[in-house]
Every structure is written in C-alpha cells, then in structure tokens.
Design a protein around this ligand. Sequence first.
Ligand code: HEC
Ligand code: HEC
Length: 294
Amino acid sequence: MTTSKASGAAASPTSSAGEAGRPRLISVRNAGRSRSTSARRRRRSSSIVLLLGLLATGVMWTVLAPGGNATETPDANEAVRQGRALFLQGCATCHGLNAQGSTEGPSLIGVGAAAVDFQMSTGRMPLAAPAAQADRKPPSYSETQIDQIAAYVQTLGGGTQVPELTEADLNDADLAEGGELFLANCAQCHQAAGAGAPLTYGKFAPSLSQATPEQVVEAMRTGPESMPVFGPGQINDDEAVAVAAYVRHLQDTPSPGGSSIGKYGPVPEGLVAWVIGIGALLGVCLWIGARQKL
Ligand code: HEC
Ligand code: HEC
C-alpha cells in the first residue's frame, strides 16, 4: 500500500510537466523569458511533488509500520539467556547452578532484579573472598551485563524490580519529609549526615556518600546484609524517592564551617578542638617561656 501511494506521487511530475506546456503557448511573444520561468516553475513544482511524496510515505510508514512491541519479547528472552550464561560463569560457584544457594552464598530465588542491580552496581558482587561483609568497590560487570543477570534472576520467582527514578521525580520530592524519614529510620546506623558507622562483629553501616538514588531505593527494598528491609508498607514509593533525594542532598551539601572531620558529629569535633587547640596553647606557653629565659 505504501509503495503504490509513493509510486503514484512519483508519477505526478510527468503530468505536471505536461501542464507546464500551457504558459509557453500563451506567451509566444516573449518566448525566451517564459521558457526560463516555466522551466523554473516546472523544477519547483516537481520538487514540491517529490516532497509531498516523501511526506506521504513517511506518514504511511508511521501509521502502518509494525510497532516496537513485537520485537520486545525475543529481546527479553535473549537478555535472560545471556544473563544465565554470565551467572553460570561468575556467580554459580557460590549461589548454586540454579541460584538455589550453597554453603558459600544464599539462594537468589525471589530476591528480584533490584537486589542483583544493587549488589552488582555497588561492586559488592561477585564476592571475591568470604568476609564479614561485602565492601563497595568499582563494579566488575558492565551495565548491560548487570541488566542481563538481573533479568535472569527476576525469572526465578520474581521479586522487587529495579526502581525507575527520573530527575523530575527527585527534584519534585519532599526533601523535608525525606529528612524526617532518614533521621527516624536510617540515621541510627548510617549517622545523621550519612557518614556511616561500625556495627557489631566486624560489620559496618557504610557511608552513603557514593550511593546513587537508585541504589538508595534498592537498599531500602532489598535490605542487604544486616540492613533491615523497608517495604512499601513502611516507606511507600513516594517516600522512598524523598529519602533518596535527601541522601543526594546530603552528598551535595558542603560542610558549613570548614572541614567536616569525617562528619562524625560533636565527639570528634570536640576531640579535634582539644588536641589542636590545647596543643597550640601549649606551644605558645613554651615559646613565651623560652623567650623569657633569654
Ligand atoms: C565467593 C562467593 C560469591 C560469589 C562468586 C558471588 N556471590 Fe553473591 N553473595 C555471596 C554471599 C556470601 C552473599 C551474602 C552476604 C552479603 O550479602 O554480603 C551474597 C549475596 C548476594 C545477593 C544478595 C541476596 C539478598 O538476599 O539480597 C545477591 C543479589 C548476589 N549475591 C548476587 C550475586 C551475583 C549476581 C553474582 C555473580 C556476578 C554473585 N552474587 C557472586 C557470595 C558470592
Ligand atoms: C541496622 C542498621 C541499618 C539501618 C537502620 C539502615 N541501614 Fe543501610 N546499610 C546497613 C548496612 C550494614 C549496609 C551494608 C550492606 C552490605 O554491605 O551488604 C547498608 C547499606 C546501605 C546502602 C549502600 C551504600 C553503598 O554505597 O553501597 C544504602 C544506600 C543504604 N544502606 C541506605 C539506607 C537507608 C536509606 C536507610 C533508611 C531507610 C538505611 N540504609 C537503614 C545498615 C543499616
């Protein structure tokens, strides 16, 4: 159908060329001038017809072309297939051939794509060696590979999907509400400024200075290691975005009054004041004493 329309449009330049003979008959007297104008007119009209033809083809294409949805299913299956291959290579030794878990690592059935995305985008997984707690490090897989493994794990009994946060969502979020939720739910482990703090048995709540908003929401929803899960019943999706926006706000806020001294709060600040302040005073006393002896 598209082609017949296009060929119809392509045929019209010949018919308009036939019509263009008309002005030449009328103006026999100044034939030279009219020949050039009619040639120009012919050229112009044929280019207009060509443009219309192209436009029509474009419109027909957008209306009649098969939608993108048809190709989505094979793509998703392909991602899962690739993800399974990557999983068998890099994760199965600890998590089992079917992600059922082993003595080296927990089962991943039902943890969902969000857990995989969190663990892999923060570089915690693949774990290099057993330790009290997996550290954050640069990710060793590409984003595409992480998506593929996440897609594979998602097929094993579902679970939380990777959150989709937009810049607009974060900008519209209620920072004050995010701050309140953060102080009530997160600060006891991560500290009010998100600097992190040690927990028991060699474990620690890490600093939040590098976490992306997606990772903040994923951490809340999946509860990595000894962090509790904050489900939608406790912190709903809008509130979760507000917390993520607040964590980003903490990252962006420069320390008022000079060095943050690790943002550990009043105790190290006092310590620094005592050690440096009293040290300086002692220095001044010694200097005065030394001068008086002379
Ligand atoms: C050396 C062993 C080891 C390897 C290799 C490993 N993991 Fe893990 N994984 C663990 C252990 C142990 C834990 C639990 C401790 C923790 O979360 O720090 C864990 C936890 C996880 C979790 C969190 C589960 C939950 O309940 O939230 C995910 C997701 C995960 N691993 C995915 C992967 C993926 C994907 C790979 C491959 C790229 C991988 N792991 C490779 C040992 C391993
Ligand atoms: C009981 C203590 C505890 C509480 C409460 C807690 N966390 Fe955590 N959080 C942890 C621990 C422990 C880890 C490290 C997990 C790991 O390494 O697998 C962590 C990791 C994180 C990370 C990953 C940081 C990174 O850069 O890799 C983020 C983000 C995070 N928490 C956000 C939150 C938010 C937001 C809240 C409040 C809604 C919260 N946490 C409440 C203990 C806690």
